[in-house]
Design a binder for this molecule. Structure first.
Ligand code: TXA
Ligand code: MG
Length: 313
């Protein structure tokens, strides 16, 4: 484990990879301009070469080295939401190696909201950072998760628990009508309220995003335990089940019950940790209380997306 951003930057500048904290999930960072280092992140994760990476920057000058022909709304969005959980898909600068974008002419960029990682990038320059899980695991939200996935073989900059817990919103700005390819903490409604910019929401763009965002084509993490929505028959306490509840539907209190009482921020922050814990403790099922109307909290569409993928529907 590393605690100093300067040490992590040194590793990046040597052409090696290091796991870094962000406000969403931990990422596996490499120098964006070092083809071998970027290749090593694909290898370490076991990630298909045609699933492009997100470039992480710490200031707006770096953006000019990564993307070209920036539309006006890119600046407005960066001003409103960076550093933060919004990834913008832009036209790629020719100096960004093709391996970063899986051969696409577009590049995904964001400025993460974590003081240690921002400080590292100030010293190292822009880095690619896919979520730091090995394929087959959910995105890591704690340094311990990364340590376990890689048998303690990687340097990790320890930045505590990721505040948001699910991956950033991915917004494509290279098309005539901007559209959300992956839902995250920043929704179309939040974007409209804060900037006046209208973007097509994830649900409406779902069929299009499946083909446009290469990551959407791949099968997603499913815990060993079967994930299912809690239904009326399954309400009773089953010692083989791990329960995640957002209302006070049942006031069972037992070590296998997790109540959120409408606190969806905490539920999102803990979701992947619950998946990992349930598997670690060999639970057979993870039962999640069906979510309420997705309009009542901005995190609900993203939670719905990640839970549906874990269920496999
Ligand atoms: O919150 C996050 O975004 C985290 C942290 C570490 O920043 N990163 C992350 O990276 O989730 P990754 O590699 O696990 O997911 C990147 C997503 C994938 O679905 C990928 O297909 C999409 O972004 N993506 C990357 N470049 C793209 C591009 N040029 N066009 C469309 N989609 C792109
Ligand atoms: Mg990922």
């Amino acid at each position: 484990m590393i605690t100093l951003p300067s040490k992590a930057a040194e590793i990046i500048l040597k052409g090696e990879i290091v796991a870094v904290p962000t406000e969403t999930v931990y990422g596996l960072a490499a120098d964006v301009f070092n083809i071998q280092a970027v290749q090593n992140t694909f290898n370490a994760k076991g990630r298909p070469a045609d699933n492009p990476l997100i470039v992480h920057i710490s200031n707006m000058d770096q953006l000019k080295k990564i993307a070209i022909n920036l539309p006006h709304n890119a600046f407005a969005l960066a001003l409103a939401f960076w550093p933060g959980p919004l990834t913008l898909v832009l036209h790629k600068h020719k100096n960004v190696p093709d391996i970063v974008t899986g051969g696409l002419s577009t590049v995904a960029v964001r400025m993460p909201d974590h003081p240690l990682t921002l400080e590292m990038i100030q010293l190292s320059g822009p880095v690619t950072a896919p979520s730091a899980n090995r394929s087959g695991s959910p995105s890591p939200t704690r340094a311990e998760h990364v340590k376990k996935d890689y048998n303690n073989s990687l340097p990790i900059l320890d930045g505590g628990i990721s505040r948001i817990g699910i991956e950033s919103t991915v917004l494509d700005l290279t098309v005539e009508h901007p559209l959300i390819l992956r839902p995250g903490a920043i929704t179309a409604e939040i974007i409209k309220d804060k900037t006046g910019i209208i973007v097509t929401d994830f649900e409406k763009s779902y069929s299009e995003s499946r083909t446009k965002s290469p990551g959407m084509r791949y099968t997603h993490y499913k815990p060993e335990a079967s994930v299912e929505w809690l239904n009326s028959e399954s309400k009773k306490n089953d010692p083989d089940s791990y329960y995640i509840l957002h209302s006070d539907l049942t006031n069972q209190s037992a070590p296998n019950y997790f109540h959120y009482n409408g606190d969806f921020e905490s539920m999102a922050r803990d979701l992947y940790d619950h998946f990992r814990t349930a598997d670690h403790l060999s639970y057979r099922n993870i039962k999640i209380e069906p979510l309420p109307d997705l309009n009542i909290n901005p995190l609900l569409p993203a939670l719905m997306d990640r839970i549906s993928k874990a269920i496999g529907s």
